[in-house]
Design a protein around this ligand. Structure first.
Ligand code: CO
Length: 151
């Protein structure tokens, strides 16, 4: 395992769409292990592969409540909403309010390619949505919550 460099928000890689993972092999395991180490070292709750310069649909989350290694993730259902502060390991020193679903039905593959379905709520749902956005080249401040959205 190793800690990788986290790319900064100015890096164009962060604006690209990630590709589907088709091979569940030792290279993927190494990426996941490294991403976990990198996330812990940076004291974050989530990290997406584009943040370490890899344009693949992979992210890790550890909120203390749940630990997820998500490969080819998507959202099958949403419920409710929450407005709360977000930050990002690629955007140091910036936080803003973002509106997210309160609950999501997450579907992804684990590191062995097995399909997983999991209901997430609160911070877990927020982290999942934030990391999923990274795979589409979207950063949290693109979704900054404004008063107009409340009306
Ligand atoms: Co982020």
């Amino acid at each position: 395992m190793a800690v990788r460099d986290i790319v900064n928000y100015s890096d164009p890689q962060l604006r690209k769409k990630s590709r589907v993972v088709t091979e569940f092999n030792s290279r993927l395991y190494k990426l996941l292990d490294d991403m976990y180490d990198t996330m812990l070292k940076a004291d974050g709750v989530g990290l997406a592969a584009p943040q370490v310069g890899i344009l693949r649909k992979v992210f890790v989350i550890d909120t203390g409540d749940v630990f997820i290694e998500a490969i080819n993730p998507r959202i099958c259902g949403i419920n409710g909403s929450q407005i709360g502060m977000e930050g990002c390991l690629s955007v140091e020193g910036v936080n803003c309010e973002v509106k997210r679903p309160m609950r999501v039905l997450a579907e992804y593959q684990d590191r062995y390619g097995e399909l997983v379905r999991k209901e997430l709520s609160g911070l877990d749902a927020r982290a999942y949505c934030h990391e999923l956005d990274h795979l589409d080249g979207v950063l949290f401040y693109d979704r900054e919550y404004s008063e107009e959205q409340a009306q």
